[in-house]
Design a protein around this ligand. Structure first.
Ligand code: FES
Ligand code: FES
Length: 156
């Protein structure tokens, strides 16, 4: 199959079914943002270095700029749009606000998705949170507050 050839995939995103044709070389990030209009997932570096594009696939966090959409065929995906909304924030989102864990907000969807996956791993210390979040960069330098927000939800 050539990289540009078209294939049909089906994705379950935030509980909804989406079937669509894609190019074999399309990344999951580009399909989410450009084909499905789910722009909550951000594109930062587009090369796996910043974590802005983090989503959950079958509950595990991945950098969606590095994942071929074709490799996610039939999988269950959670994006920031599936986590909470203005009317009903997830407790981690509420903690981010309480701890002022963002400035420009561009990295925040990725931080939240990564933080949710990390919480499932039950981090036992602030150091474990720092280590677990090391794949998510924040150019505004909100790191101490991000760690504090996750720590609150983790009960540390
Ligand atoms: S946009 Fe995917 S890691 Fe930076
Ligand atoms: S809040 Fe601006 S990059 Fe993190």
């Amino acid at each position: 199959m050539s990289p540009g050839s078209s294939i049909r995939i089906s994705l379950k995103i935030n509980g909804g079914d989406h079937e669509l044709p894609i190019a074999a070389c399309d990344t999951l990030l580009d399909v989410l943002r450009d084909r499905l209009g789910m722009t909550g997932t951000k594109k930062g570096c587009d090369m796996g270095a910043c974590g802005a594009c983090t989503v959950l696939v079958e509950g595990r966090r991945i950098k969606s700029c590095l994942a071929l959409a074709a490799s996610c065929d039939g999988r269950s995906i959670t994006t920031i749009e599936g986590v909470g909304g203005v009317d009903k924030l997830h407790k981690l989102q509420a903690a981010f606000i309480r701890h002022d864990a963002l400035q420009c907000g561009y990295c925040t969807p990725g931080q939240i998705m990564s933080g949710l996956a990390l919480l499932e791993e039950k981090p036992a210390s602030l150091e474990a949170i720092r280590e677990g979040m090391s794949g998510n960069l924040c150019r505004c330098g909100a790191y101490p507050n991000i760690v504090a927000a996750i720590a609150e939800v983790a009960g540390l």
